[in-house]
Design a protein around this ligand. Sequence first.
Ligand SMILES: Cc1ncc(COP(=O)(O)O)c(C=O)c1O
Length: 446
Amino acid sequence: MPTSSTLQTKEPKVSYQRVFELLEAHHKWFQQSLPLIASENIPSQAVREAILSDFGNRYAEGWPGERVYAGCKYIDQVELLCKQLAEELFRVEFADVRPVSGVCANLVAYTTFTNPADTMMALPIPAGGHISMGKKEFGGTAGSVRGLNVEYFPFDTDMMDIDVDATKKRVEKLVAEGKKPALAMFGGSVLLFPQPVRELSDFFHELDAKVCFDAAHVAGLVAGGKFQDPIHEGADAMTCSTHKTLPGPQGGLIISHARYGEAIKKSTFPSNLSNHHLHHLAGKAVMFAEMMAFGREYVTQIVRNSKALAQAMHERGFKVMGEKRGFTESHQLVADITKYGDGRTIEKRLENSNIILNRNLLPYDIKAGRHFEAPGGIRMGVSELTRLGMSESEMVDIAELIARVVVKRESPEKVAADVAEFRKDYNRVKYAFDSTRDAYEYIRLR
Ligand SMILES: Cc1ncc(COP(=O)(O)O)c(C=O)c1O
């Protein structure tokens, strides 16, 4: 691992050159690897072009037509197009496309629907929750930034889902203790199956609580009609990232009903944002248009691929979570790898084999004495490989490559060479209007 002292130089031009060498090396590595991180994706060249535009150098605080800055006449038009495309794609009355990340979108939801010291229901991290829904004592955004008291949804590990009856009981107890929830935050970072939004929305609404769904991971599947549709199942809002199953630039989004539009607008600006990264706004608009044209086909293949990879890993001896329900209905799968080692060591061996995925806490890890640095699980997502044109048969090949490293303990160098060879046929981004360059081509402007 390089340290800052090994990287230091007194010659600025040397450091300057080094940055570009590292960027090019990264592109080459990803060209030869299997990117399986569930929160990542590869955007189209069209999205990359939008990100490079001059929009990235401008300011446009506020709302189109009500800006605090001049110079926004084209930016306003793109923002309105972006908003309209998001509303059409998700079949909703209101979208705010300005949040700069999924965490920022969650903060917008917290600002809109809660006050500091309110209680919020969410999943704990080992059961799939995200740090942005976390308690203050763990540095979670909800607790430490918005001052919320976070209480957990009961989780059924066999079903890999929120337990509806136990949730009702827990909430009734909270109400009796004077901790009535103001917000129920569904969704999460490990999200294999649709959650019971339909089953629990009325229950929360009767308590005067709001319901939000964090679809950071699954928003692309929601848009393509391949997962649940939280807003139409009773949720008041849905937040997400725009770069996980949605194949856009890094960013965030919040969608909702018209009746919450004005409150959400104010929570975004001025409460949580000043400027909102206008080049990414243009990239989001391009991606929403691509999703409207190709989204259904793309996400249908994603779910086929994740099921195929889960099944092929199961057949090779891996304990894939959610077996009772067919392993997964999303872009992700999670495997308990404790019989082969710990998550950190296995993540590293796979990385050395050009197979890039991440270690993950399992719902029962904390009780078993494991922690996030060396957890018992690994998580995989197939969005990026699907965009490169892979389908079910390639998933079987990938399961075999993973098994060679983890189960058969072949040398990572040998497997890395085979991965690079395997990747040669998959270097164009599919499900896009234009695909004229290699997906990971490094583009020089200097
Ligand atoms: C459930 C969930 N919410 C929010 C986020 C944060 O998204 P972002 O990285 O876009 O801020 C993530 C990131 O992985 C996530 O999994």
